[in-house]
Structures are given as structure tokens and as C-alpha cells.
Design a protein around this ligand. Structure first.
Ligand code: ADP
Ligand code: MG
Length: 634
């Protein structure tokens, strides 16, 4: 075919050109990781080949699957060769010319902009590890032939915006990556045996295929997950974590090594990383777990073995009870698979509970990073809802700003007769603490959880109850309070205040109703307030204010429900207004007060009232006040 005999030129997707220039200009280059990434790609291709051999009779052969490092010192070329699945021409264009995941470039741009020693070694996490080849080389050749194809191809680029592809005859199945090393001392030793040995042992020792330099195999290929824990050092675990996660220097926050024999045999190691990428705002964690059957990798990013809310974990699961040639679909309905998943979830949640108990600092670190993801579990995993609830942390009227409490500690402090767990949502702690709904709780010394993150409130609304205590927002109209501890102890003033209402109060309520119209559902006397003149509460059965705000963010058409405007007859202001109400001349002033009090109540909850009328009204109040004052006479 004449057409395929030619060399064709292609341009990289714009994102790749930008990524490559970031790599060379802004990001700190740990050049050793290039080798790790290319070996990891070779190993993936070998895994896939092994799988093809197992499932396709026409592909059976006995060649040893291996990665080979072939340094050529004289020509300054390092070749990484594998006999894996190789790539067809279309696959070359697709795999080595585009970025598969959105958000990848943005991540590296922000990393570079963050100023610190921004590290390019994260590259493998984002599915663009191949391009690290250009950190070492000023020209990269990829010679490859797919097991599906008779024809092989050469892909070539200097990393500056375009690449070429041309057919090449006589290639073995698999891929050779040929790095034409850059000039300079930093690059020279990438053709030296000692350096290559060192790098492979450091980064790639757990690669499950032999990595060969001449006749020597450089890596251990040790399946540490099947070894007894007592055989393994912290260093073994850390190295394996680095292998799985492509996190070069990091130690995991914690790990969990599990092995079960009945009813299902499996071994697993799970790791929690130190940082949440999602917290930094870079899309979802999609790395999944490695799934092995009888030590052979059958899937490298399985996302069905752990629920969504544990997606930040890295790890590997190996079961002798799983078939080797499994497809994604068949796995999902596989009972063995489901049972393994159940055990993993239980073990992780138990581990977190004991971490929280035994090592509060580590748990706090964990929760700060992954709490928001874990929290999703309350709405997803019905069976483990209460367990997850126990892992959540909140600030409260007891803990103040800097500490947090668990629901268990909250209940520990609560009176035995308290049947509910109370919470209040608000935009920030300062305005929460000013919310008049809190007053009665303060008076009765009942703890209230402060939820500044609406997602916390969403989680609690999914949870509904915790250890038989109903979770209750204190801005609900029907929030019935626990009885006062001892009735006889109550101050006589309280008793009295329940009965006596200043004369004129009913008139004030009427004027308030008149002023607020259908902005509110109802205006009524409050029994919960002690100091504040008014508060807003939600009618029985409706969502809390913060939840309604969440709904509004998600859906512009959502209108917030009307609320009940409660008025405290004993607050000095309302007492005064009640007094004034006997003279109809003050009606307009009292109406204005109602509007202003309503606006204030909205503001406290972080809701925007009509600012323009609010400003006009306060100016008018000030004017009236100013008129009543006289210049100081000396
Ligand atoms: P990732 O490995 O995360 O997918 P890379 O940028 O490292 O991202 O590689 C991109 C893709 O190129 C791989 O997914 C694979 O399809 C292909 N590829 C890279 N190296 C090889 C290889 N040695 N053999 C076969 N395919 C490869
Ligand atoms: Mg890769």
C-alpha cells in the first residue's frame, strides 16, 4: 500500500504541547521517574498480553514476558523494550497524541503556578506518564507492533508540537521506547548499568514482570500481599505503596493488610494517601484497585471493589477464588466479588474507628483530607450508615472553633433524657453563634452541632437517627426541647414570663403581619427566645434553611419555602413597641421595624434580603434618631 509506506505528520493535541512545555520549563524534574513511567507502561502492556494469551487460543506462545533495558552509551540512546501487546497505528495516534482525562493540564498548570518546588513526578497519576520521556530526551522513537497487526510502526517526536508515524517492517510484537538522551552530565548516566540498577530497585521492584539488563533481572517482583505481616517491614509497605500510587517520595497515611481464608480466600493491601486530590479541586479520584487472581493482575483500576466513598484508597486485592479471564461485567454480578467488597468496607470502617480512638492526631489528619468523601457514604451505604455516622466530626457549641466532636462524644455529654441530637446550619461560625434559635439551648445548656458545610447537613439528613437519637435542626418549628431538668428549680421569672405578655403585643403582631405580608408563612409569639426580639423558623416537615440553600445552588428554579416569624414579647425592643402601639401614629414605624427585623434575621443566616430598601430604611431610622438629638449645650 503506497499510502502507508509514507511518513505522515500529526500535530499533538494542544493540551499535550502545553503540558510538554510546562514539563520542561516550570516543573521540577525528577528524571528517574521517566524510567519508572515507561517501565510501568511496559508492564501494563505485558499484563494485557498475558491476559490475551489466556483468553485467545490463537495467541498462545511461551515467550517469557519481560521488560528489557538496552543502554547504548556510544549513541546516547536508552531503549525500554517489552514484548507486550504493542500498538496499532490508530492506537499510536490515540494513545501518544491525546490526553485521555480532562482536567489533567489544569492540574499541572496550577501546580506550576503554585510556585513551590512543583514536582512533575505526579505525572503518572494523571495518565500522561509517557510524556515524561521528554524530560530525558530531545527525541523519542517508539517502535511497535500490535499482536493484532502484521505491520509495525515507528512513532517519532522531538516533543515540540508534532509527531510522525511511518510503517516499519520486521518488528517483533511489542514496543520499544528509544530515548535519545539530552546532552549534559545529568543525562549521561542513564546509559550506565549502575544507575539503571539503582533506579529500578528504587522505583520498580514490585513490577510483576522481570526487568532485565542483559541477563540480569533487576527487580524482586515480590507479591508482598501474600506474605505474612511479620515478614514485612514498614519500608516494604511504603515501597509497594509508591509502586501502586506512582507517588515517588510519599509514605502512606496508613495501610491495612488483610488476609482471609474462609468463606473466601483473598489477600489485600489497602493504602490511604496523605493528600486528597479532590480536595485540591482536581476532579475525582479514579485510580481504583488492582485486582489479581492467583497473583496475576486481571484488572488495574477496578472501581467496583470499593464503594465510591472510599475511592481515595490505593491497593491490591488478590483472590484464588476468582477466575483468570474475567470481564468487567461478569465481575459485578460475581458473588465472590461482592463478598470481598463487603469485607473490605467493614475492615476499612473498623480501622478508621480504631484509628480515631487510638490516634486522634492521625485521625484528624485523615478526616481533614478525606472526611468530605467519606461523608458521602452516609447517603450511599445504607448498611453502614451508622458506622460512617460515627466517623463524622463536627464543631459544636461545646467544642468551639478549633476542636471537633463525634456524635458519640456528643451523646456522652448529653443528658440521659435527651432524645435528639441538635444541629444548626449556617454560613460561618460567627453568624451561627448569633443565631437567635440557639438562645434556649444555651439557657438549658444543651449542645448544638454547628454545621458550616451544607454537605454535613445533607449527610445528617440522610442519617436521620444516630443510636436512636433523632437528628434535628433547631431552626424547625416543631423542635421540642427536652424538659427542664428539674421543674421546681425553675426561676419564678420564667414561669411568669410564660403567662404575661405586655399589653399591645397582639397589636404589634398584627402590624408585623401587615408589614411582612406573604413573605412569611406566619407571625407568632415565640417561646424559644430569651434575648433576641425575633427569629425565623421553618414550618414542621420542611427542610432546614441551609438545606434549602443547597437546593437553590443546585437548581436555580428552587424557591425557598416561607418561614415562620417568631416574636419575643419580652425582648426590650418588642416591649417598647408594644407600648408604642397604643398610639396609631406609630403604626408605620412599627411596620418598618418589622421589615428591618426580618431583613436582619435573613442576614444572620447568610441570606440576601433586598439590600436597597434595607439601606434606605436604616438611613431613614438614623435620620429620625438624629433629629431627636440636640447639639450639646455646655
Ligand atoms: P497511562 O499509562 O496512565 O495510560 P501513559 O501516558 O503512560 O498513560 O500511556 C498512554 C497510553 O499509551 C497507555 O495507556 C497505553 O495504551 C499506551 N502505551 C504506552 N506505552 C506502551 C507500551 N509499552 N506498550 C503498549 N502500549 C503503550
Ligand atoms: Mg503510564
Amino acid at each position: 500500500m503506497a499510502e502507508t509506506a509514507e511518513k505522515q505528520q500529526y500535530t499533538f493535541q494542544a493540551e499535550i504541547s502545553r503540558l510538554l512545555s510546562l514539563l520542561s520549563e516550570s516543573l521540577y524534574q525528577n528524571r528517574e521517574i521517566t524510567l519508572r513511567e515507561l517501565i510501568s507502561n511496559a508492564s501494563d502492556a505485558l499484563d494485557k498480553m498475558r491476559h490475551v494469551r489466556l483468553t485467545d487460543d490463537s495467541q498462545r506462545d511461551d515467550d517469557e514476558l519481560a521488560v528489557r533495558l538496552e543502554p547504548d552509551e556510544e549513541n546516547r540512546v536508552l531503549t525500554i523494550r517489552d514484548n507486550g501487546i504493542g500498538m496499532t497505528k490508530d492506537e499510536l495516534i490515540e494513545n501518544l497524541g491525546t490526553i485521555a482525562h480532562s482536567g489533567t493540564l489544569e492540574f499541572f498548570q496550577q501546580l506550576a503556578a503554585s510556585g513551590q518546588q512543583a514536582d512533575a513526578s505526579l505525572i503518572g497519576q494523571f495518565g500522561v506518564g509517557f510524556y515524561s520521556a521528554f524530560m530525558l530526551s530531545d527525541r523519542v522513537e517508539v517502535l511497535t507492533r500490535s499482536y493484532k497487526d502484521e505491520q509495525g510502526y515507528r512513532w517519532e517526536s522531538d516533543g515540540s508540537g508534532s509527531f510522525t508515524i511511518e510503517p516499519v517492517d520486521g518488528l517483533d510484537r511489542g514496543t520499544q521506547i528509544r530515548l535519545h538522551l539530552k546532552e549534559g552530565d545529568d543525562y549521561n548516566d542513564f546509559t550506565k548499568d549502575a544507575r539503571l540498577q539503582y533506579i529500578v530497585r528504587k522505583y520498580s521492584t514490585f513490577v510483576p514482570h522481570p526487568i532485565k539488563l542483559g541477563d540480569e533481572t533487576l527487580n524482586d517482583q515480590r507479591p508482598i500481599w501474600v506474605e505474612p505481616k511479620s515478614n514485612l517491614s514498614d519500608d516494604d509497605y511504603t515501597k509497594f505503596y509508591q509502586h501502586l500510587s506512582h507517588h515517588t517520595e510519599e509514605t502512606p497515611l496508613w495501610h491495612l493488610h488483610l488476609s482471609a481464608d474462609s468463606p473466601i480466600q483473598f489477600n489485600a493491601i489497602l493504602y490511604c494517601p496523605r493528600n486528597s486530590f479532590e480536595k485540591l479541586g482536581f476532579g475525582r479520584n479514579e485510580h481504583g484497585l488492582n485486582l489479581c487472581a492467583k497473583r496475576i493482575l486481571v484488572q488495574d483500576n477496578n472501581r467496583d471493589l470499593l464503594p465510591e466513598y472510599l475511592r481515595f484508597l490505593y491497593g491490591l486485592v488478590d483472590s484464588t477464588d476468582l477466575p483468570l479471564n474475567v470481564s468487567r461485567e461478569s465481575l459485578q454480578d460475581n458473588t465472590i466479588f461482592r463478598r470481598i467488597k463487603k469485607v473490605l468496607v467493614k475492615k476499612v470502617l473498623d480501622h478508621l474507628a480504631s484509628l480515631a480512638k487510638d490516634n486522634a492526631d492521625d485521625y484528624r489528619t485523615f478526616y481533614n483530607e478525606f472526611g468530605p468523601i467519606l461523608r458521602e457514604g452516609v447517603g450511599i451505604d445504607f448498611d453502614n450508615r451508622e458506622k460512617i455516622g460515627g466517623l463524622l466530626r463536627f464543631r459544636s457549641s461545646h467544642t468551639g472553633m478549633d476542636e471537633t466532636t463525634s456524635l458519640d462524644d456528643y451523646l456522652e455529654r448529653a443528658n440521659d433524657d435527651q432524645k435528639k441530637i441538635y444541629f444548626l446550619g449556617g454560613p460561618d461560625l460567627a453568624s451561627l453563634q448569633k443565631n437567635p434559635n440557639l438562645e434556649v439551648f444555651q439557657k438549658k445548656n444543651i449542645e448544638v452541632l454547628y454545621l458550616t458545610d451544607p454537605m454535613d447537613e445533607l449527610a445528617l439528613s440522610h442519617l436521620t437517627t444516630y443510636k436512636d437519637h433523632t437528628l434535628t435542626s433547631i431552626d424547625a418549628a416543631d423542635v421540642d426541647l427536652p424538659e427542664d431538668e428539674k421543674a421546681e428549680d425553675s426561676e419564678s421569672k420564667d414561669e411568669k414570663s410564660d403567662e404575661e405578655v405586655p399589653s399591645g403585643f397582639e397589636k404589634v403582631l398584627t402590624l408585623f403581619r401587615d408589614a411582612l405580608g406573604d413573605q412569611v408563612q406566619e407571625v407568632k409569639r415565640s417561646k424559644r427566645l430569651t434575648n433576641s426580639p425575633v427569629c425565623l423558623v421553618n414550618p414542621t416537615g420542611s427542610m432546614s434553611t441551609q438545606m434549602q440553600k443547597v437546593m437553590q445552588m443546585a437548581n436555580r428554579d428552587f424557591t425557598m419555602g416561607k418561614r415562620i416569624f417568631e416574636v419575643n414579647p419580652h425582648s426590650p425592643l418588642i416591649e417598647r413597641l408594644s407600648n408604642l402601639s397604643s398610639n396609631a401614629d406609630h403604626d408605620n414605624f412599627i411596620r418598618d421595624c418589622a421589615k428591618q427585623l426580618y431583613a436582619n434575621a435573613m442576614l444572620i443566616e447568610g441570606l440576601a434580603p433586598d439590600t436597597e430598601t434595607l439601606v434606605n430604611r436604616t438611613e431613614q431610622f438614623m435620620e429620625e434618631l438624629a433629629q431627636k438629638r440636640s447639639p450639646i449645650v455646655t
